[in-house]
Ligand binder design. Structure first.
Ligand code: EMZ
Length: 386
C-alpha cells in the first residue's frame, strides 16, 4: 500500500449499522458514521448540544484538564451566533490580499529553508513552524512569539503517547492569562486587544470569554493544520504527477485543498451531548450521554462521494464535512484554506520531487476502530526544481 494512504476504518460499520461505539474515560460515545446522519445531527443543536460541561464534546474528553469554555465552539444558538458575529470578521482577514502576501512570504521562506537541507523531519521542522508562524498573522502578534508556540509541540493538550497532558495545558492557560494582562495594560492591534474591546450584549467581553476564544484559537487549528500539511507532503511525494499538475494548473489548488481536507479529515470527529432520550440509526441513545459526528467517516461515504478512497485532485462536487457542518463549521477554515493553497502552489513552483525516507504514523485508538490521522515523524528529502 502507498505510505501516504489514509485507510477508512469505518466502512463496514457505516454500511452495516451506521454507528460505532467507543468508550472514552468512562463517558462512552456513539459515533455517527453516515454523511446524512452527521449533517442532520449537526443541525439539531437542541437534542445534540455543544454547550455542555467545557471539554465534554471533545473526544477524548477534556473535562479533566479544562474549565474554560471555548467560545464560540462550546456555546449553542442563539448565544453562539452573537459570539460568532464578533469573532467572524477577524477570522476572515486571511481573505485580504495583504494578509495573503505575508503568508506567502512566510511559506516561501520556509520552503527555501528546507530545500537547502539534506533531510527534513516534516512534522517538527516544517509543519509545526509553518502553523505557528502563520498563527502570528492570525493573532496579529510579533513573529517572535512563534518560537514559544513551536516549543509546545504539535498539540497543546496532548503529547506523543499521552492522550491528555494537564501540565502542558497549564502552560497554555498561563501564557494566555499573561497575554490578556499585557493587552489590558497596553492595548494594541493584536487579537487579545481587539477582543477585549469588543462589545457584547451592551458590555465588553470578559477576560474569561476572551480566554475562551484564545484557547480555541490555539488548540483547534494546531494538530489539524499540522496533519493536513504533513499528509499533503506525503501524498505529493508519492504522486509526482499531482505536483506537476499543480505546477501547470495552479488554479486547481483551490479544489485540491478541499479534496485533501475531505480525504485527510484532520479532525476525526466532534462530540455532542444528548439532551433527551432519542434514536440514531434505530439505536437508542439516552439523555446526558454523548454522540459524535464522525467527519472522517462521513467524508468517505460512497453514497455521496464517487471513488471515496481516491484523491481526485479537482473533484467537482465535494460536499465534505472536513471543516464540520452547520452553524459550528470551523472558524479557522479561511486561514487553514489559505495556508494549504499557498503551500501547494509554493511547493509546485519550487519542488521537483519529494522522497520519503522513514516515518512514524500517528494512529488514533478509537476502540472499535483505529484511524491513521497523520505522522509523529516523517523524514523526507526535497529535490529542487531547477
Ligand atoms: C478543541 C478542538 C476544536 C479542543 C475544532 O476543534 O480542537 C482540539 O484539538 C482541542 O483539543 O480543545 O479546541
Amino acid at each position: 500500500m502507498e505510505k501516504s494512504k489514509l485507510p477508512d476504518p469505518f466502512e463496514k460499520a457505516r454500511l452495516d449499522k451506521g454507528y460505532g461505539e467507543m468508550n472514552d474515560q468512562d463517558d462512552p460515545v456513539t459515533m455517527l458514521l453516515r454523511h446524512k446522519d452527521v449533517r442532520k445531527s449537526a443541525h439539531n443543536f437542541k437534542t445534540f448540544q455543544s454547550g455542555a460541561q467545557p471539554g465534554r464534546i471533545v473526544v477524548p474528553s477534556e473535562v479533566n484538564i479544562r474549565d474554560t469554555r471555548q467560545i464560540p465552539f462550546e456555546v449553542d444558538p442563539p448565544l453562539h451566533g452573537e459570539y460568532r458575529a464578533i469573532v467572524e470578521p477577524w477570522f476572515k482577514r486571511p481573505l485580504q490580499e495583504e494578509y495573503q502576501e505575508k503568508l506567502t512570504a512566510q511559506i516561501t521562506s520556509l520552503v527555501d529553508e528546507i530545500l537547502n537541507k539534506d533531510t527534513v523531519e516534516v512534522v517538527n521542522q516544517f509543519a509545526l513552524p509553518l502553523q505557528s508562524r502563520a498563527l502570528t498573522l492570525l493573532l496579529n502578534t510579533p513573529f517572535s512569539e512563534s518560537e514559544t508556540w513551536i516549543s509546545w509541540g504539535t498539540h497543546v493538550f496532548r503529547s506523543e503517547g499521552e492522550a491528555l497532558d494537564a501540565d502542558k495545558a497549564n502552560i497554555l492557560y498561563d501564557y494566555i492569562d499573561a497575554e490578556i494582562g499585557r493587552a489590558l495594560e497596553n492595548p494594541g492591534d493584536d487579537m487579545y486587544s481587539i477582543l477585549l474591546s469588543s462589545d457584547f450584549q451592551g458590555r465588553k467581553l470578559s477576560k474569561e470569554e476572551v480566554k475562551g476564544v484564545m484557547v480555541l484559537t490555539f488548540a483547534g487549528g494546531r494538530d489539524t493544520v499540522i496533519n493536513a500539511v504533513t499528509n499533503s507532503i506525503a501524498y505529493l511525494a508519492e504522486h509526482p504527477e499531482s505536483l506537476k499538475r499543480l505546477r501547470q494548473e495552479p488554479e486547481i489548488a483551490v479544489k485540491a485543498v478541499e479534496e485533501f481536507i475531505r480525504y485527510f479529515s484532520p479532525l476525526t470527529q466532534m462530540g455532542r451531548v444528548v439532551t433527551e432520550d432519542t434514536h440514531v440509526c434505530e439505536h437508542a441513545i439516552k439523555a446526558d450521554s454523548r454522540i459524535s459526528l464522525c467527519w472522517a467517516s462521513a467524508n468517505r461515504d460512497a453514497s455521496v462521494f464517487e471513488n471515496p478512497k481516491e484523491i481526485v485532485l479537482d473533484r467537482k462536487i465535494n460536499p465534505h464535512v472536513g471543516f464540520g457542518f452547520s452553524h459550528h463549521n470551523c472558524l479557522g477554515a479561511t486561514h487553514a484554506r489559505q495556508i494549504l493553497k499557498i503551500l501547494l502552489n509554493t511547493l509546485a513552483r519550487k519542488v521537483k520531487s519529494i522522497e520519503i525516507q522513514d516515518y512514524k504514523e500517528n494512529i488514533e485508538d478509537l476502540d472499535e476502530f483505529e484511524r491513521k490521522v497523520g505522522y509523529y515523524r516523517m523524514n523526507v528529502k526535497f529535490n529542487k526544481l531547477t
